[in-house]
Design a protein around this ligand. Structure first.
Ligand SMILES: Nc1ncnc2c1ncn2[C@@H]1O[C@H](COP(=O)(O)OP(=O)(O)O)[C@@H](O)[C@H]1O
Ligand SMILES: [Mg+2]
Length: 294
């Protein structure tokens, strides 16, 4: 039986007014994304990749056509439902993480849970556990701007995962990173996709990232010109028995969190052996107390 699409894009176009004229930024796009796919959107600068992603993220309606999330037309939803979609089911990672400057790294990572009215102690404890899995616990009390760009991007991925969304959107998440930090972020995304079964929709310019994608969507001038399916989607059933694989992620990919904050390269592979620790899957699935509205 065919797997139901988690996202279905049905003949969308997007136009923006420019003075008295309109420019068409997206033209008649059609795409289906199934759960567990690692979709890479690639195309020249200005071809509409970010716009396409923001429409799927529910931030702006298409001028024509419809976008469905789990068979629900997201722009037929009430605004509250779209907010709920963005806060529980999908998450966005930007090229430059957007931090709340007054908060520590730990509080920033925990922040999406606070919006869910999870008690602060539980939210912060979960953030700490997730940072610990990635060997980033030493950075928890620092402010985000004290971290290297690579460290910031790993923390922002943990923030996006903390609410356990089904889909992670990433708009050029390695755009500001050096090669080694990019590989760490891509390997982390691969783990999140393959082992946690999360659907990833990522924009990149970098051809060396192509092997990470299970589906490559090529865009030119606001049109999808090619869709290449390279392998089947990751299966969330892989969650079983993966704790060893995930637990060793940090060992394989750890970067030196001991590097000084002024070092923005975040390149060094870890020099010391890292003790085995709980897996990311175990950490994000630990029960948490939810406070319902009075
Ligand atoms: N709000 C807007 N108003 C007018 N034009 C826009 C707006 N947003 C994006 N565009 C235009 O749409 C085109 C595609 O932009 P974008 O989606 O950012 O491309 P990409 O991410 O592929 O570099 C660009 O020409 C851009 O100037
Ligand atoms: Mg863009």
């Amino acid at each position: 039986m065919a797997v139901e699409a988690i996202f279905k894009v049905d003949k969308i176009s997007k136009r923006y007014p420019i003075g008295k004229r309109e420019i068409e930024v997206l033209h008649n796009l059609e795409l289906e994304i199934t759960p567990g796919e690692f979709v890479i959107l690639i195309g020249p600068s200005g071809c509409g990749k970010s716009t396409f992603m923001y429409l799927m993220f529910g931030l702006e309606p298409p001028s024509e056509g419809k976008i469905y999330f789990n068979n629900q037309d997201i722009f037929a939803m009430h605004e509250d439902q779209r907010t709920e979609l963005r806060s529980h089911h999908i998450a966005m990672v930007h090229q430059q993480p957007i931090w709340i400057k007054a908060l520590s790294v730990r509080e920033n990572v925990a922040f999406p849970l606070l919006l869910h009215r999870i008690p602060k102690s539980d939210a912060v404890a979960k953030a700490d556990r997730m940072l610990h899995v990635l060997n980033l616990e030493k950075l928890a009390n620092q402010h985000p701007h004290e971290l290297s760009v690579g460290e910031q991007q790993r923390c922002s991925l943990m923030r996006s995962l903390i609410t356990e969304p089904e889909v992670i959107f990433a708009d050029e998440p390695t755009g500001n990173l050096d090669t080694d930090s990019s590989i760490v972020v891509m390997e982390l995304l691969k783990t999140i996709n393959e082992q946690l079964g999360k659907t990833i929709i990522m924009v990149t310019h970098n051809m060396s990232h192509m092997p990470y994608g299970s589906k490559i969507v090529s865009m030119i001038d606001g049109k999808i010109v090619n869709v290449e399916v390279k392998r089947p989607p990751a299966s969330p059933d892989n969650n079983k028995g993966i704790s060893d694989i995930l637990g060793s992620w940090a060992d394989r990919n750890a970067t030196a969190t001991t590097k000084p904050a002024s070092d923005s390269s975040a390149t060094g592979k870890v020099q010391t052996q890292v003790k085995s620790k709980p897996s990311l899957a175990q950490e994000i699935s630990k029960p948490q107390t939810k406070v319902t509205k009075p």
